[in-house]
Design a protein around this ligand. Structure first.
Ligand SMILES: Cc1ncc(COP(=O)(O)O)c(C=O)c1O
Length: 389
């Protein structure tokens, strides 16, 4: 047998994706204008962004970014441990720790790297990482790359999680779950997971990428909303690129955890620190997210409006109370067709297909933002009714 050619393999994979309606298409946004995006010369009402609080274009964030760039320049020029860690990073970490009620926080360049850094710093080959089946790809891949045993349990099933822990009673264990599931929008059974972990000497890690800013008092996230403190959820990770409208991520927890990660989280150690101006913008975003509660109130009204309108229209939704309100279509080709029809009608709602979601569960991942008006939601509902008729 001759050596297989990687180019042949790519071509075969592409042909299979075409057959299954799974080709991903990279599209360029030409301009952003409030809740609208311009794509291909058309102005589309955007229902796909994670800018839940409407902060990504906020004047205070732009100003903080510009002022910090004037002071610090653009790049951090080095890794955190080698001169890249600037006052802006330290100030943001202090604010994030205070917000989430943890002793310390540590910044990462993005959520993917944070998850990889945390899991691979903590777990070895002999350890077990127990995860919800619908966790974000970065958590699942982090466990695979850490080389530990990855054991998944059915979505939100605490008994299933307990069985997986029971199967490895002698192994050091990390139980990791999304706080708000990125493609379904539901909230994990956080209190049950915390008591399971406490009883099993397992460490609980929650990825609150989609809960921070959105849920809980002052938007402190799903873990705060559930009333869980640092001892209950020793590892809290969240991102700065969704409700906070910037980029980057952090982990918050005990001083001992953060010190340990500084010593051994490779995606923290061996990478250039995030630009200080981004840290300054994120700090401005946290201030707004905490203290402008009207943004969360408005989101709650939009979510209720969308759900009651969908129910009147006979549109089936998932059990979500967050800004992520997916409409499951089923087959990938049908989801693509619905998304295309919505686009013709002036809406940007891309189809989410396997492997991002399970086979047969392709969907329109509708996300709501404080930038939307109730009339926007009504127009979307009318267009969905037509597209799915
Ligand atoms: C639950 C979850 N965790 C982690 C990430 C990765 O974060 P980032 O975009 O900062 O890499 C995402 C999405 O991107 C996510 O949805």
């Amino acid at each position: 047998m001759p050596r297989p050619l990687l180019s042949d393999r790519l071509a075969a994979q592409h042909a299979e994706r075409v057959r299954a309606s799974l080709v991903r298409r990279l599209r360029t946004v030409d301009a952003v204008d409030g809740a609208y995006v311009w794509i291909g010369g058309r102005r589309l009402l955007n229902f796909a962004s994670n800018d839940y609080l409407g902060l990504a274009q906020h004047p205070a964030l732009r100003e903080a970014l510009a002022v910090a760039a004037a002071r610090w320049g653009v790049g951090a020029t080095a890794a955190h441990l080698l001169g890249g860690h600037r006052e802006e990073h330290a100030a943001l970490e202090a604010v994030l720790a205070r917000w989430t009620g943890r002793e310390r926080a540590l910044l990462f360049s993005d959520g993917w790297m944070a998850n990889l850094g945390i899991v691979s710093a903590l777990l070895d080959r002999d350890d077990v990482c127990v995860q919800d089946k619908l966790n974000h790809a970065s958590l699942l891949d982090a466990a695979r790359l850490a080389g530990c045993e990855l054991k998944r349990y059915p979505h939100a099933d605490c008994d299933g999680a307990a069985r997986q822990l029971d199967a490895r009673p002698d192994a050091a264990a990390l139980l990791a779950s999304d706080g708000v599931f990125s493609m379904d929008g539901d909230v994990a059974p956080l209190r049950e997971l915390a008591s399971l972990c406490a009883g099993q000497r397992a460490t609980l890690m929650i990825d609150d990428a989609h809960g921070i800013g959105v849920l809980g008092d002052e938007g402190a996230g799903s873990v705060a909303e559930a009333g869980l403190a640092q001892d209950d959820v020793p590892i809290l990770m969240a991102t700065l690129g969704k409700a906070l409208g910037v980029a980057g991520a952090f982990v918050a927890g005990s001083a001992a955890l953060i010190d340990g990660l500084v010593q051994s989280a490779r995606p923290f150690i061996y990478t250039t620190a995030m630009p200080p101006a981004l840290a300054a913008a994120a700090r401005a975003a946290v201030d707004i997210a905490r203290f402008e509660g009207w943004r969360r109130d408005r989101l709650a009204r939009l979510i209720a409006h969308f759900r009651s309108g969908a129910s009147t229209a006979g549109l089936e939704l998932m059990a979500s109370r967050t800004p992520i309100q997916p409409v499951v279509i089923g087959e990938s080709a049908a989801a693509l067709a619905a998304s295309a029809e919505l686009e013709v009608a002036g809406f940007y709602v891309p189809a989410i297909r396997p492997p991002t979601v399970p086979d047969g569960k392709a969907r329109l991942r509708v996300t709501l933002s404080a930038l939307h008006a109730e009339s926007d939601v009504e127009r979307l509902l009318a267009a969905l009714e037509t597209a799915l008729a």
